[in-house]
Design a binder for this molecule. Structure first.
Ligand code: BG6
Ligand code: MG
Length: 215
């Protein structure tokens, strides 16, 4: 194992909760109620696709023009970015800073594979930007998670084969993408939500680089 690829929301920082708050508010404005169980299927999914899933859930798919859909997605993002303003370096999840610093000491490259267009901004807020050799630009993708494209691109950024890389994810769509390109998958969170993960942990403080590179 020669490199690591990290999802961001829910892996490096607890920003998944802010996505949920912003979507819940936006959905309520158009008369749709979402709860945390439904929210699980939005994790790892792009902004536009998340909106479509919410509309489908509320039986309103096809009711809005492309223009209104873009406005709704923009409104959610504005609310989300407002919540992100509060982020500080202390908001990195447990073990993240130490894990990345150790990887750097050992010269093991790390990359970010997030569907979020806000990833560079969040990494800046967390003061973690310089710990990564690259961030895959989600705008460069033809398919989002669960397609493995984003993880294959992350491996390319490190000049590694996917089989030499370990991926960290908190979403089922992400675990599916990691496994589809032959990477080793570490799931962050509840086992019933992360089918197919090779290893499950609550956060990065529970695992050492030594045990991972021996895999
Ligand atoms: C993923 C999140 O990381 O990014 C999704 O898990 C989110 O919930 C997606 O919809 C897109 O994020 P953004 O910041 O571009 O709206
Ligand atoms: Mg995530």
């Amino acid at each position: 194992m020669k490199g690591f690829v990290f999802d961001l929301d829910g892996v490096l920082a607890d920003t998944a909760k802010y996505h949920y708050i912003a979507w819940k508010e936006l959905a309520a404005e158009i008369g749709i109620t979402i709860d945390e169980v439904f929210n699980e299927q939005l994790k790892g999914i792009s902004r536009q696709e998340s909106l479509e899933r919410i509309l489908e859930h509320g039986g309103k798919l096809g009711e809005f023009s492309e223009e209104v859909l873009a406005e709704l997605a923009e409104k959610k993002n504005q609310q989300y970015v407002e919540l992100l303003e509060e982020l500080t370096p202390e908001d990195a999840l447990p073990g993240v800073r130490e894990f990345l610093a150790e990887a750097r000491e050992l010269n093991i490259p790390c990359t970010v594979a997030s569907a979020s267009k806000n990833a560079p901004f969040i990494l800046d807020k967390l003061a973690l930007s310089d710990q990564f050799v690259g961030i895959v630009d989600p705008a460069s993708l033809t398919k989002g998670k669960p397609d493995p494209e984003i993880f294959i691109k992350a491996a390319e950024l490190m000049k590694l084969q996917p089989s030499e890389v370990i991926g960290f994810e908190d979403a089922q769509a992400g675990i599916d993408g990691i496994k589809a390109c032959g990477m080793y998958a570490v799931g962050i969170g509840e086992s019933e939500q992360l089918i197919g993960a090779d290893r499950l942990i609550n956060d990065l403080s529970e695992i050492t680089i030594e045990e991972l590179i021996c895999l």
